[in-house]
Design a protein around this ligand. Structure first.
Ligand SMILES: Nc1ncnc2c1ncn2[C@@H]1O[C@H](COP(=O)(O)OP(=O)(O)O)[C@@H](O)[C@H]1O
Ligand SMILES: [Mg+2]
Length: 348
């Protein structure tokens, strides 16, 4: 998995039937070299030397899997889920674009690869995102409901799970991406590590009120966002610290705004993704949500690996012919299968 934060490739092993059985294995993140991250950033939106970057991202994924398997040898790998990297996500125009060559990865690794997870959903009229929701539902099967699983990646998305395993999922708003971009622009650092800048600054409440007037928040889910949908926020002329504090508060405010769409209030929030490492963001969520907010480690999940595990789970569902998305997770008209299998090519 390569998320919109552009931080690197997450590799995770999972044993699963693609239904209710899930046993998580080891995981690792292979960070992108700074130079590659900037080149990847340069093709966001679908412009520039995409073919070359696509070859390179495929090679980097092959290397990440090889590195993972040499550190964590396993007797067999049935299938590899290869999400690729989203460079464009515009479901209203029935377009979503993940770069990464599934056939080339299958050949390079000599493994079965499932890729292209989102396009069938988008072609059928769905948002193509979020897709980890069914996995969240399987993991949360035995937890008290209603529960909300919040993934704070570049964009933030929530999965609400009700008593009878009813699932509702949508992107809540920006996650880390705007904070990362702000900090990068002002300091050259990748993120507001430890939330230190936000902690030292003061959020500008008028900017947050203005932000919350965006019609996205009233739009009924399912709904999804492109990484840069709220990019104009970057233009506010604030100090480094106040900007970080304001963007952090906006992420939390957008999550709170999402609760208006829940059929019933969540009793608890479990937070996954890199954003849970940001104490300023976690504190902002605590303040606004008024029910327990805990990192997913509190229930024994691995929040750095969850998204990668989800695409392993979805790869198995794809092979089994099970739907990857539902009307309540992506807005697709009916439960929809997805993913494309590239079989391993036996070495001569
Ligand atoms: N220690 C930390 N302090 C603050 N933010 C962090 C920390 N570790 C990770 N992050 C944030 O998490 C992001 C990566 O999150 P991730 O879940 O991988 O997102 P994505 O799925 O979009 O790749 C980083 O870009 C950064 O913003
Ligand atoms: Mg990531």
């Amino acid at each position: 998995m390569s998320g919109t934060s552009l931080d690197g490739i997450d590799v995770a092993a999972v044993q699963t039937d693609g239904r209710d059985r899930v046993i998580a294995g080891p995981a690792l993140t292979a960070p992108y070299p700074h130079e590659f991250r900037e080149r990847l950033r340069s093709v966001l939106g679908g412009r520039g030397p995409i073919a070359e970057i696509e070859d390179e991202i495929t090679r980097l994924h092959a290397a990440a899997v090889e590195g993972f398997l040499s550190r964590h040898p396993m007797p067999t790998v049935d299938v590899i889920g290869f999400h690729g990297h989203t460079i464009l996500h515009r479901p209203a125009d029935r377009r979503t674009w993940q770069i990464g060559n599934g056939a080339a990865l299958a050949q390079r690794l000599g493994q079965n690869v499932v890729a292209d997870f989102r396009s069938a959903d988008v072609a059928a009229g769905g948002e193509g995102a979020p897709l980890a929701s069914l996995f969240h539902g399987a993991l949360a099967a035995k937890l008290p409901k209603p529960i909300a699983v919040l993934n704070i990646g570049g964009v933030a998305n929530v999965t609400w799970i009700g008593e009878d395993a009813q699932i509702l999922a949508f992107d809540t708003g920006p996650g880390n991406a705007l904070i990362d971009d702000w900090v990068l622009r002002h300091t050259g650092a990748q993120a507001d590590f430890g939330g230190a800048l936000a902690c030292a600054g003061k959020a500008v409440s008028s900017a947050i009120s203005r932000f919350l007037e965006n019609p996205y928040f009233d739009r009924r889910p399912p709904k999804s966002l492109d990484r840069d949908d709220f990019r104009e926020l970057m233009l506010t002329p604030l100090s480094l610290e106040d900007g970080a504090a304001t963007l952090t508060e906006m992420t939390a405010a957008a999550v709170m705004a999402g609760t208006r769409h829940f059929p019933e209030a969540a009793r608890e929030w479990l937070v996954t993704g890199g954003g849970r490492h940001n104490p300023s963001l976690m504190a902002a969520l605590h303040r606004r949500l008024e029910v327990p907010v805990r990192p997913v480690e509190a229930v024994g999940w691995d929040g750095d690996a969850l998204e990668a595990q989800a695409f392993g789970y979805l790869a198995v569902r794809s092979v089994e012919g099970l739907p990857l998305s539902l009307p309540s997770t992506t807005g697709v008209p009916r439960p929809t299968r997805g993913g494309r299998l590239f079989p391993a090519i036996a070495s001569p």
